[in-house]
Design a protein around this ligand. Structure first.
Ligand SMILES: Cc1ncc(C[n+]2csc(CCOP(=O)(O)OP(=O)(O)O)c2C)c(N)n1
Length: 688
């Protein structure tokens, strides 16, 4: 296979094309200049190829940006967002010129990087380079999966393309190889990537850092690759896009030799065009050089606007045409059509959680990862929109849905994903799947490796995406693999991500409640943190508060005897809840009344009312926290009365119980620390 097919350039752009392209360029230039902040270079260089895509290929409706079968467009090089905002404005999205004039200002719909949910037409939050490309792979996977599930002969109701615009930085980031490899392997023929090959990054020429043959690299991943030498040649870019669409078996990369800061006499092809406004004088020179009025700024020629706005009629008719196809489909397959609408709307089917699982002590001891696997089996059979897998740890993470098949090039109907050992791309692909809608995506790995997917997890939280992570081997309790595999700082790390709900269930029954919560949560990601080791199953007859307590984040699992006010509260999470219960029993024999609070989610608990939290943790009671993780963060709950049994160093390699013992996770230490806090409080109590 030839690594690339170089296309001959044909005509120069006709005058109207050029007018439209310059409109985009100078809107971007003026936005950045007015804000005195932003990146003019990429928009100036990529305006022509973006125009070729939006004018000749992209199917979208500015008046209904969310209709399900639209093409997706992701600007992975989010720093070039002035270009996207200009496109959205001129093609008729609800983004008036006034918003362009408020680029990067407080409260505007034109933030410094594209943010999902803030600007109509923005399909994904981008900015951390490489993530957008992998989001695109996730969207293309979603399209393939939904097509396989819903399309019927003669009824292609899911049939759209995913386009991504990337820059050098996107392709330098390692995630591009992870995602590119998956896309090639899966033969995602409807994924088309335009590459702004401008030879410039922030520190200067790509000769400094980026000299491999990118085309050969993507060809080796199994992509169809093309090169366009003259970026302003709209027809050639359009032709390459056509070729890419006709290539149904492989994803496409179209490298377009663009020129950063195109038209700027002193900054074109230099890093100076990248990250700051051109400056008033350079703006003037650039406009004059391209026959553009120097003032007023934000000049939008009527003729160009009229041409761009044809997108509205085009989009309306594409959508209407799809709607009539969908109607015919609904007549022939009413149940499927209703089901399609349900999953796109993220509605759960009636009774999805009725009679979910209830475990008894006789089922134990059971690792929470095993309990989670059993829940996934049931939920997976009730919710066909559940789709996910693991980064090559499926047998350990228990993430497989039996009987649901593998998602493979030959069979996109399978729902079990094999992401390979590619956590970063897995996270970003899950984001793309969630952004696309129609699926409940989940992904699993060992908890310690969530560090490899922190960037997409952060973006999932920022995008408020319903993505579920299944992290197993959740503490030093996992044992022999040693400190490289024993998570310590990950819990506090994830809890500190705004909008991320972290759930660390204490047993199989809390795991069921955690899953119920995760599936029901339609906004924002949930991280399930599960044990490798077996744990006793808490008896629902003895602990009836579990199902209602878990969604509150923290609740009283076992109180001090009814007549007694507790002397101390033991807060524990996950596997350490059992230690707290044992400690409570032992303390009782020593005359100390302890309350055990199970706190599977500090995030959810913190979100409860002051009254509720005060009921669980009265301000005047001493507290001992028991959690096999970094003690950081607990102080906010307990203040100066705190003693924490936690871990603030890396772990050690030994059998799990031995490691736990060495780090103080023993009944003896629980009691010792509890007495320690009590003694301290007595010392502090004012003399009567
Ligand atoms: C993960 C990540 N690292 C660093 C940055 C900061 N950054 C923004 S743009 C950029 C490089 C710009 O080069 P290129 O991707 O070629 O964009 P262009 O210069 O063509 O605009 C960098 C390092 C980022 N946005 N994301």
């Amino acid at each position: 296979m030839a690594p690339s097919a170089t296309l001959a350039t044909i005509a120069t752009p006709p005058a109207l094309d050029e007018l439209c392209i310059n409109t985009l360029r100078f809107l971007a230039v003026d936005m950045v200049q007015k804000a005195n902040s932003g990146h003019p270079g990429l928009p100036m260089g990529s305006a022509a190829m973006a125009y070729a895509l939006w004018d000749r290929s992209l199917t979208f409706n500015p008046h209904d940006p969310d209709w399900p079968d639209r093409d997706r467009f992701i600007l992975s090089a989010g720093h070039g967002c002035a270009l996207l905002y200009a496109l959205l404005h001129v093609t008729g999205f609800d983004l008036p010129l006034e918003e362009l004039k408020k680029f990067r200002q407080w409260g505007s719909r034109t933030p410094g990087h594209p943010e999902y949910g803030k600007t109509p037409g923005v399909e994904a939050t981008t900015g951390p380079l490489g993530q957008g490309l992998a989001n695109g792979v996730g969207m293309a996977i979603a399209e393939a999966a939904l097509g396989a599930r819903f399309n019927r002969p003669g009824h292609q109701i899911v049939d759209h393309y995913t386009y991504v615009l990337v820059s050098d930085g996107d392709l330098e980031e390692g995630i591009s190889s992870e995602a590119g490899s998956i896309a090639g392997h899966q033969h995602l023929g409807k994924l088309i990537v335009l590459y702004a090959d401008n030879h410039i990054t922030i520190e200067g020429s790509t000769e400094l850092t980026f000299t491999e043959d990118r085309m050969a690299r993507f060809a080796a991943f199994g992509w169809h690759v093309q090169r366009v030498e003259r970026s302003n040649d709209v027809e050639t870019v359009a032709l390459a896009l056509n070729n890419a669409r006709e290539e149904t078996d492989r994803p496409s990369l179209i490298a377009v030799r663009t020129h950063i800061g195109f038209g700027s006499p002193n900054k074109q092809d230099t890093a100076a065009a990248h990250g700051e406004a051109l400056g008033l004088e350079e703006v003037r020179l650039t406009k004059e050089g391209m026959d553009w009025p120097v003032s007023p700024s934000f000049h939008t020629p009527e003729e160009a606007l009229e041409h761009f706005r044809k997108a509205v009629a085009r989009g309306n008719s594409a959508q209407t045409e799809w709607e009539s196809r969908f109607k015919a489909y609904a007549q022939q397959y009413p149940d499927l059509a209703a089901e399609f609408q349900r999953v796109i709307d993220r509605r759960l089917p009636e009774g999805w959680d009725v009679g979910l699982l209830a475990f008894t002590p006789a089922d134990g001891p059971m690792a929470t990862r095993v309990a989670s696997g059993k829940v996934i089996e049931i939920l997976g059979s009730r919710l066909p929109e559940m789709m996910g897998g693991s980064a090559d740890l499926g047998p350990s993470t228990h993430t497989n849905i039996d009987g649901a098949g593998n998602f493979e090039p030959q069979d996109w109907a399978g729902r079990n994903m094999h992401f390979g050992i590619r956590e970063n791309a897995m996270g970003a692909i899950l984001n793309g799947m969630a952004l696309h809608r129609g699926l409940i995506p989940y992904g699993g790995t060992f908890f310690v490796f969530c560090d490899y997917m922190r960037p997409p997890m952060r973006l999932a939280a920022m995008n408020a995406l319903p993505v579920i992570y299944i992290f197993t081997h959740d503490s030093i309790g996992m044992g022999e693999d040693g400190p490289t595999h024993q998570p310590v700082e990950q819990l506090i790390g994830l809890r500190s991500i705004p909008g991320m709900v972290v759930l660390r269930p204490a047993d199989a029954n809390e795991t069921v409640a955690a899953w119920r919560l995760a599936i029901g949560r339609k906004q924002g990601p949930v991280a399930m943190v599960l044990t490798r080791q077996g744990l006793p199953v808490l008896d629902l007859n003895l602990y009836p508060a579990i199902p209602t307590g878990v969604p509150l984040g923290g609740y009283i699992l076992a109180d001090s005897p009814a007549t007694e006010r507790p002397d101390i509260i033991l807060i524990a999470t996950g596997s350490e809840v059992h230690l707290a219960l044992e400690g409570r029993d032992r303390l009782l024999t020593e005359g100390v009344h302890a309350r055990v609070v199970s706190m599977p989610s500090t995030n959810l608990f913190a979100a409860q009312s002051d009254e509720y939290r005060e009921t669980i943790l009265p301000a005047d009671l001493p507290i001992l926290v028991i959690e096999a993780g970094s003690p950081l963060g607990w102080q906010s709950f307990v203040g100066p009365r705190i003693a924490v049994i936690g871990i603030d160093t890396f772990g050690s390699s030994a059998p799990g119980p031995v490691v736990m013992e060495h780090y103080g996770f023993t009944v003896e230490n629980v009691c010792k620390q509890a007495h320690h806090v009590l003694d301290r409080l007595k010392e502090k109590a004012p003399c009567a």
